[in-house]
Design a protein around this ligand. Structure first.
Ligand code: BGC
Length: 758
């Protein structure tokens, strides 16, 4: 299809019309030219396709579909291949349902445990979020269906989500809030990108030329179309100029007319409208030309896949005395309503009308299970009778498993949480059960960390996150040892909310949300602070044990243009098969800028039989070592030593090696009268220029040679070393203030000319 030729046949009104939705979920058709409408749908962990009444908050019914685990859970898998399989399944369902684009994945960074939408997002770490979302996109798009990576960008809170401005400094945006999008765009070219509701440094994402054109297209090479989040458009004409191609759903024609008027009045270049239409039609035709509506959608098979994925995601947080796995011959008490009716997905636009749901109680048929409801999630209470019944069941059983978690209303799209606690009634229940049976296990259903006041009283904790409609099957498989848990935390669980680095200013004041903690988000903060946490980033236990050994680097010295290969051996040293997650972190040993202690730069999930050993390799490049330098507005590696660490979590590092990386980029230098000696002396060329001057200053500051000249206690107390230390911070203009003469000003000028030559 020659899209350019097609666009040239459209009237201005038709083109402006194509820049917004025809209805809630469709792009517009232009029948006279054979342009079809195409449908998009939420997403991301299954289809929320609405045939009848449409809405963007998951209020009205959608078709029956399969609900896979939410991104909070799939991130814990650390398993790229698994995310690709899930993407393929979602892609097949889209083909079956004639959907051109699934609205996801959602890759916003978990800045605070409070964000109501954390359940839909991957991680506090941009590398992990980027690689896993890329794997998912790869899967969906392998089926010739598009994705819409969202919400671009810095949409890490729900509070005032349509008006708030995320005030984020340049380096933090580049190192924390943009890279997940960047990785996905550069590696997988998502067909579309969805801009976020919020403003970024005062400018709405939907009309932000820096974000949508400079960064997304010019720097990263994005080729698809940008659509707005539903209702994210404020100034449509500014949006077209900034690179927002498609407004969704629509403004009932108001904004289309504004586009036409702006073009006619010469305020908007028609070429920009043509460009937007061309981008949209490229994708519309890419889908229609590859549509395969006869693709089967085997929901039962996908239910089993959802169970397999959910089991791959579960994180065993604690397992004292190897209480888990439980024995299938023992009598076990299942306690808590979530055993029967699990919370397995979050509220809002990602809410799926699951064709069936399997809870742990149903999945454990044939085992010796007793059940007590324990609490009611909807009423958010536990009666004395419910607790007494639970305690009796716990007492009579070999072990008690409490199925706890956050009820729907506690976390959802549209608003943030106000605390990090489980419902009080559930905490009470857990305490009572743990007092009744020393072998108590807690299984958690939540999209974001919770405080665990009872952690010292229970032997085992299994984090299921929001595990999708087959979560119960996965739970039973893991609890009874059919599947060895292999999930790892994609986020830190702080001891309490107040420990989180954004705690003092999360949510912002009015419409201004300042991201004051900067790059120190998640473990980047906790590790630097050496703060105690409940469970660190990357943590996850197994029923077996793994040992890492023999970390080798392909070189001990490289430049920032080279790649480095790190190879490590991983061995299953326990008695059952399992999957290890090898995590590779990089840390700048000495740096002139503030940097985290370590940052994740590689991970691999490896299946191993007992006694089996495998070798894993990672390739590191400039980005693995670089920070964003705001002077050159680019990535920069500061020459020197870097630590390469291999660990089981960010707090459990087993191997360490060092590599020296030399920068090939000379940072621009400019000296003026306010430049201080310390900075000039750190630059060998400049130091040489300054040497004669420095020698004379040193002489002037040196303590008197003749002891008798010492006149005061003050001069006795100051050593030459101290003088020199103080001199470091003196600006060049100090030569005028201290001991300058008539020639000093001219000398200063000469020195500056020389300094700026080198
Ligand atoms: C959400 C998006 C979603 C869209 C369409 C918005 O409220 O923020 O994630 O894709 O609605 O339902």
């Amino acid at each position: 299809m020659d899209i350019k030729a097609l666009v040239s046949q459209l009237t201005l009104e038709e083109k402006a019309g194509l820049c917004s939705g025809g209805d809630f979920w469709h792009t517009k058709a232009v029948e006279r030219l054979g342009i079809p409408a195409s449908m998009v749908s939420d997403g991301p962990h299954g289809l929320r396709k609405q045939d009848d009444k449409a809405d963007h908050l998951g209020v009205n019914e959608s078709i029956k579909a399969v609900c896979f685990p939410a991104a909070s859970a799939t991130a814990a898998s650390f398993d790229k291949a698994m995310l690709t399989r899930m993407g393929e399944a979602v892609g097949d369902s889209c083909q079956h349902e004639k959907l051109s684009v699934v609205l996801g994945p959602a890759v916003n960074i978990k800045r605070s445990p409070l964000c109501g939408r954390n359940f839909e997002y991957f991680s506090e770490d941009p590398y992990l979020a980027g690689k896993l979302s890329a794997a998912f996109i790869h899967g969906v798009q392998s089926r010739n269906v598009g994705t819409s990576i969202k919400h671009f960008a810095a949409n890490s809170q729900e509070h005032r989500r349509m008006s708030s401005s995320a005030e984020v400094d340049e380096r933090t945006l580049r190192e924390i809030y943009l890279p997940a999008f960047e990785t996905a765009v550069k590696e997988e070219q998502p067909w579309t990108v969805m801009c976020s509701y919020n403003r970024i440094n005062g400018v709405y994402a939907s009309e932000n030329p820096w974000l949508l054109t400079e960064v997304l297209r010019n720097e990263w090479g994005f080729e698809g179309y940008v659509m707005s989040d539903w209702g994210a458009v404020s100034d449509r004409v500014a949006g077209v100029a900034a690179g927002l191609d498609l407004e969704m759903p629509s403004s009932g024609g108001v904004n289309d007319r504004k586009i036409v008027e702006a073009v006619r009045a010469g305020r908007l270049d028609e070429k920009l409208v043509d460009q937007a239409v061309e981008r949209i039609l490229n994708i519309v035709f890419r889908y229609t030309e590859n549509a395969k509506p006869d693709t089967p959608w085997d929901m039962e098979a996908q239910h089993m896949l959802a169970a397999e994925i959910a089991a791959d995601c579960m994180v065993l947080l604690k397992n004292e005395d190897a209480l888990l796995p439980l024995s299938k011959t023992d009598e076990i008490a299942f306690i808590g309503e979530f055993a029967e009716k699990p919370r397995y997905q979050g509220g809002g636009s990602s809410h799926i009308n699951s064709f069936k749901v399997t809870g742990a109680l149903e999945a454990s048929k044939g085992l010796k299970i007793t059940y007590a409801q324990g609490y009611s999630a909807a009423a958010d209470n536990a009666t004395d009778e419910q607790i007494a019944e639970a305690v009796a069941a716990a007492k009579a059983a070999k072990a008690a498993v409490v199925f706890a978690g956050l009820p729907d209303v506690y976390e959802s799209e549209g608003y943030d949480r106000v605390h990090m606690r489980l419902p009080d009634c559930q905490n009470r229940l857990i305490e009572a059960v743990a007092a009744a049976n020393p072998n108590t296990v807690v299984v958690l259903h939540n999209g974001s960390p919770v405080e665990m006041p009872w952690i010292g009283k229970v032997k085992a904790v299994l984090e299921a996150y929001l595990g999708g409609q087959a979560v119960g099957l996965a739970e039973v498989r893991v609890l009874f040892g059919d599947v060895n848990p292999s999930g790892h935390l994609p986020e830190t669980f702080p001891l309490r909310l107040a420990d989180n680095p954004s705690y003092l200013f999360y949510g912002g004041e009015g419409n201004v949300a300042e991201y004051r903690e900067g790059i120190f988000v998640g473990y980047r903060y906790y590790d630097k602070k050496e703060a105690e946490v409940l469970f660190p980033f990357g943590h996850g236990l197994s029923y077996t044990s793994f040992a890492f050994s023999d970390l080798r680097l392909s070189a001990s010295q490289i430049t920032d243009r080279d790649t480095l290969t790190a190879t490590v051996r991983v061995k299953n040293t326990g008695k059952c098969a399992g999957k290890a997650v090898v995590q590779l972190y990089v840390g700048d040993v000495e740096s002139s800028v503030f940097r985290p202690v370590r940052e994740l730069k590689g991970f691999e999930k490896v299946a191993l039989e007992p006694g089996e050993e495998k070798e894993v390799s990672f390739t590191l490049d400039k980005r693995s070592f670089a920070y964003w330098n705001t002077r050159i507005h680019d990535w920069h590696v500061e020459s020197g030593a870097f630590a390469i660490e291999i660990g089981h979590s960010s707090r459990d590092i087993s191997l360490r090696a060092e590599v020296n990386v030399q920068s090939t980029v000379e940072l621009p230098k400019h000296y003026d009268k306010d430049s201080i000696f310390m900075d000039i002396l750190a630059d060998p060329h400049a130091a040489a220029v300054l040497k004669p001057l420095l020698d004379s200053i040193r002489a002037a500051f040196a303590p008197p040679a003749d002891e008798s000249e010492k006149s005061s206690a003050a001069s006795e107390a100051i050593t030459e070393e101290m003088n020199l230390a103080m001199l470091q911070y003196m600006p060049l203009r100090g030569m005028l203030s201290f001991g300058g003469d008539a020639n000093s000003a001219q000398m200063l000028e000469q020195i500056l000319t020389e300094l700026n030559k080198v």
